[in-house]
Design a protein around this ligand. Structure first.
Ligand SMILES: Nc1nc2c(ncn2[C@@H]2O[C@H](COP(=O)(O)OP(=O)(O)OP(=O)(O)O)[C@@H](O)[C@H]2O)c(=O)[nH]1
Ligand SMILES: [Mg+2]
Length: 699
């Protein structure tokens, strides 16, 4: 600002910077110029007219005198001539009158002094030099600085002499001067009047402009206020309205920005920022009112599978709809938010007691139990919910959130589709999990994994027809860790990918080794996790491992759990088809426990179903388990699939399955999963391995 001021030229500095003053000055100047021009023009015109009039009068006077003089000159009556000259010299503006003979000698000469004294006769002046005669023989005008001299020949037959009248031009100058003076006064008055008028007229709009400027400067502070619109001037009115519109737009975009900053764009639910803020508020209010606050941490179960099999767009849609459906539980004062991913978080205030949180959690799970239909896909989802209470489980927002996460994790560990209240043991578990995760990262390089094998027996022949390869983690200090304890962790951290490849390679190599040692060839079942199934180069990896170990594809069977089967899951189906095209077989594990998309089973490239252990356990005693197991066997056979029962531990279970024409069984009834060397020993002991169960044996 200062720089601009300093850079102003002198002219700019003299020129006022206020529009108001500029307008006043400009209009004053314009009026002054107009009046001055008009004055100058009028003066010129007026003096021209005056000069013309004077000339005409002098001409007439000169003509009259010339006529009168002719006779006097002829009779040489110079005394009478003098009288006429004295009378004529009284004519206003006349300075002197001379009558000469043809040679220019003065025969009569009267003069008037400048101060308007009466005319007097003058003698002894030198002769004059008459001008050359004009063509018309009329008057000849000679102009000097302040006077005119008009010559008129005195003629009567020939030129007798001349009349010369000298006339002052002062009157014309006076006329001019007067006009100039009145013009000047008019100019000054005009400037004063126009300035005063403009100041008066422009005062209001100028005040409106100044108000508008102040308003614009404080637009952000005024937050949607309106400026009173002055409607006396169109431009000012437009300015006022434009400012009001700008103010409204500013408020609007501010509130939109504010909304964006505090809401999740996908679901339009409050985001982490707003959620934490509300949690702080709820806590401080609870401290004052001594009421409990519950924090519910909800995470959808196996949501990744949906994303990976049906695509992110459908995943997004599902999140949106789930958010929408779940948000109905919110009452005034509660907050339902999405903190990210497939997590939804709820703050419950105004609860009468902690158990209310469980009621809400149940309701949330209930709401999810109805399938979602997204772009024609019928999708079943469940969720795991962790609950923390203020002040019991934490005094601060972050602690409550962390503990709710631990409780949610516990609910997942318990199989999902449930809620868990936080208990301090969960924090300990969370620490243990962290330790396990660290250990898991080194387990592969430290060769802490081992493969165990469990035989699969054909119920018709009693022969071992296959093995299921099962991983064990032999930790130097923690001992043997079951895959159910560390595989979920490996899945979450992505470590399942290298571990899975190691499992596949080891199992294939073992199978090949058994074949090379001369044992009858059999299938090797290897479990495939959902995470592996999502790996883009799974097919290549399987192919590579088979190539490296030299195992024929038909001796490999990949097992995947039923929960991986999702309707129209094209990418999964593609992958499985490719694997099957190589000659590798596919079995569905834990059949009967997931959402049975029976309709879709026929599209799935599958060779075998594995009945879940949970149905086998009570097969001999529980009629409904028995019914389910036999239905699965029937279903598999009708679909042209083989069926195997796992977890078979007793003679009765085995007998039931054989009666119901189950193809194969697996379980401790024959052998638990044992290390490779033990299995080699086992195989050496002969075949068919279990002749006593074979159909032929029964006759
Ligand atoms: N479509 C979609 N997916 C998301 C979005 N944000 C996160 N995800 C995915 O949601 C999944 C959430 O991961 P987790 O909850 O750990 O995994 P999960 O498969 O649900 O398994 P569990 O919760 O352990 O049962 C991840 O695969 C993310 O890539 C999103 O905005 N849209
Ligand atoms: Mg999840």
């Amino acid at each position: 600002m200062n720089r601009t001021k300093n850079n102003l030229s002198l002219g700019n500095r003299l020129w006022p910077r206020s529009l108001h003053a500029q307008l006043a000055l400009l209009s004053g100047l314009m009026l002054a110029i107009t009046i001055a021009l008009y004055g100058w023009y009028t003066a010129r015109e007026q003096s021209a007219i005056a000069e013309k009039t004077i000339l005409m009068e002098i001409h007439t006077l000169a003509q009259n005198l010339a006529t009168a003089s002719a006779d006097y000159l002829v009779v040489r009556d110079f005394a009478s001539l003098e009288q006429i000259l004295i009378q004529s010299a009284e004519f206003p503006g006349v300075l002197s009158i001379q009558v000469t003979d043809a040679g220019g000698r003065r025969v009569g000469d009267v003069v008037r002094t400048e101060n308007n004294a009466p005319a007097r006769v003058r003698f002894g002046e030198p002769p004059l030099t008459p001008p050359a005669l004009s063509d018309s023989g009329g008057s000849i005008v000679q102009r000097e600085a302040d006077r005119l001299a008009v010559w008129r020949p005195v003629a009567s037959g020939g030129i007798l002499g001349w009349v010369r009248i000298e006339h002052s031009l002062r009157t014309i100058g006076e006329i001019r001067g007067q006009i100039r003076k009145s013009s000047l006064i008019a100019v000054v008055l005009a400037i004063l009047a126009s300035t005063a008028l403009l100041l008066a007229f422009l005062g209001r709009p100028m005040r409106a402009i100044r108000r508008a400027t102040v308003f614009a400067q404080k637009l952000d502070e005024l937050r949607g206020n309106k400026i009173p619109v002055d409607r006396t001037t169109v431009e000012i009115e437009q300015l006022g309205e434009a400012l009001n519109e700008a103010s409204a737009r500013l408020l609007d975009s501010e509130s939109r920005l504010n909304h964006l900053a505090h809401h999740d764009p996908l679901t339009n639910l409050p985001n982490r920022l707003l959620f934490i803020d509300r949690l702080h508020q709820a806590i401080s209010q609870a401290q004052r009112l001594k009421n409990p606050v519950a924090l519910l941490f909800l995470d959808l179960d196996r949501f990744k599978v949906i994303n990976d099999t049906l695509g992110h767009t459908i995943g997004d849609q599902l999140l949106k709809e789930a958010g929408h459906r779940l948000s109905v539980i919110v009452r005034d004062g509660d907050t339902f938010a999405r903190l990210g991913g497939d997590e939804f978080n709820i703050i419950l205030t105004y609860m009468s007691h902690a158990q209310d949180a469980a009621t809400v959690a149940k309701k949330l799970l209930d709401l999810l139990s109805q399938p979602f239909v997204v772009e024609g896909h019928e999708l079943f989802i469940t969720a795991s919910i962790g609950i923390t209470l203020f002040p019991t489980d934490g005094a601060e927002a972050q602690t409550l959130l962390k503990n709710a996460d631990a409780a949610m994790y516990r609910a997942k560990e318990q199989g999902g589709n449930q809620y868990q209240f936080y208990s301090p043991i969960m924090t300990i578990k969370a620490h243990e999990r962290l330790a396990m995760e660290t250990g898991l990262r080194h387990a592969l390089e430290r060769a802490e994994f081992a493969m165990y094998y469990q035989p699969q027996v054909d119920l018709r022949t009693g022969e071992i027809v296959g093995m299921e390869a099962l991983i064990r983690w032999l930790h130097p200090t923690w001992g043997i860790i079951s895959p159910t304890d560390f595989i979920p962790l490996a899945e979450q951290t992505g470590m399942i990918v290298p571990i899975g490849e190691w499992v596949l390679r080891t199992a294939c190599a073992q199978n090949k080794a058994w074949q090379s040692a001369g044992f009858p060839p059999m299938k090797m079942g290897v479990n495939l996790s959902s995470r592996q199934l999502r790996e883009k180069d799974l097919v290549k990896m399987v192919d590579r491992v088979l190539g490296e170990t030299g195992l024929e594809p038909r001796f490999l069977e990949l097992e995947l759990t039923e929960s991986l089967i999702i309707p129209n899951a094209e990418p999964t189906i593609e992958t499985l088809r490719d694997i099957r095209a190589m000659g590798v077989q596919i079995a569905i594990d834990d059949f009967g426990t997931g959402h049975s998309y029976l309709n879709y089973l026929k599209h799935f490239p599958v060779d075998k179903l594995k009945i879940d252990t949970s149905f086998i356990r009570n097969i001999a005693t529980d009629p409904s388990d028995a019914a389910i197991a036999s239905a699965i066997i029937l279903l598999a056979h009708n679909l042209g699939l083989k069926v195997i029962a796992e977890g078979v531990e007793t003679e009765e279970q085995m007998a039931f399955l054989r009666r119901n024409r189950c193809d194969q069984i697996q379980g401790c009834f024959f052998s638990p999963a044992v290390p490779g060397e033990a299995m080699t020993q086992f195989l050496r002991e002969g075949r068919p391995f279990f002749p006593h169960i074979a159909d032929s044996h029964l006759g």
